[in-house]
Design a binder for this molecule. Structure first.
Ligand code: HEM
Ligand code: HEM
Length: 220
């Protein structure tokens, strides 16, 4: 066996940093957001300020999330080729072929895992939709926020949406998008673990260290 593996630096610091900030923010936003929609902890004294804290944490995490998404979008234009916006949208014939190969692998039609140094074409496309959903959460979130906070900045960040959709529709979509993100996260962790075991390329460690260990098949 003993095949030589090459160590490549795939995920630069901003990619890893924003990944983990997003994960922490999403956990906090989902917990507090669920509570805002369905306050399952009841106050037993007027000194408790449970909803106030939940909303406060939701908004602090929301601002952090906004900054993190802005940094990652900036890095899609300034970062290395694995971080580029080009891997998120399939524009080349090569990407469409890779996309199809990956779909075949996940549908058990092919045994060949989708080798790639960066994201596979399928992962890239899924992340594109997830980033779009992040942007939707920010816009719809600030639309709700603009009701209690008056100012041009909130109108720009999301308040304008209240002129396009009914408020309760915005609230419903803001809530439903949470479930889509959480289902994505579960599948994402499962697939990451599975590919790491199949390809033995250090994928799971790579989102901490930045490095992957590849055989060369990735360039074929
Ligand atoms: C709320 C939970 C999570 C979300 C929304 C999420 C989202 C994402 C996104 C959008 C990317 C693309 C990164 C980029 O190009 O900037 C990514 C990559 C990655 N994530 Fe996550 N992630 C989550 C949790 C996790 C966890 C818990 C792990 C591992 C323990 C993990 C492992 C990875 C790995 C290994 C990659 C890079 C490899 C690849 O799929 O191309 N993620 N994740
Ligand atoms: C991954 C990101 C996010 C998730 C999962 C999330 C989740 C939720 C959920 C489930 C609710 C309750 C909706 C309901 O049933 O009434 C909510 C409410 C809300 N969210 Fe988010 N949210 C996210 C991001 C944001 C952002 C970026 C903002 C921006 C300020 C924001 C602002 C708000 C506001 C203002 C409310 C209504 C609070 C109230 O009515 O008192 N959210 N969120």
């Amino acid at each position: 066996m003993g095949k030589e593996r090459i160590r490549v630096y795939a995920w630069e610091f901003p990619v890893r940093l924003t990944h983990w900030i997003n994960v922490l923010c999403i956990l906090a936003l989902s917990f507090t957001g669920f509570y805002i929609g369905n306050p399952f902890i009841h106050a037993i004294s007027s000194k408790q300020y449970i909803m106030g804290w939940m909303r406060y944490i939701h908004f602090v995490a929301a601002y952090t999330f906004l900054m993190s998404v802005i940094v990652r979008l900036y890095w899609a234009f300034m970062g290395n080729r694995y971080a580029s916006w080009r891997v998120l949208v399939p524009l080349t014939g090569r990407q469409w072929k890779d996309l199809w190969d990956a779909v075949k692998f996940y549908l058990f039609i092919s045994r060949k895992p989708p080798y790639a140094v960066g994201h596979t074409a399928l992962a890239g496309l899924v992340y594109f939709f997830i980033f779009a959903l992040f942007v939707f959460q920010i816009i719809s979130g600030f639309a709700l926020y603009s009701l209690t906070h008056e100012g041009t900045i909130w109108t720009l960040l999301g308040g304008w949406l209240t002129g396009v959709m009914h408020l309760q529709t915005i609230r419903l979509y803001h809530h439903l998008a949470m479930y889509v993100i959480l289902v994505f996260a579960a599948a994402h962790i499962y697939i990451g673990w599975y590919l790491d075991a199949r390809e033995r390329n250090g994928l799971m460690g790579s989102i901490f260290s930045g490095y992957k260990f590849v055989t060369g098949k990735e360039w074929e």
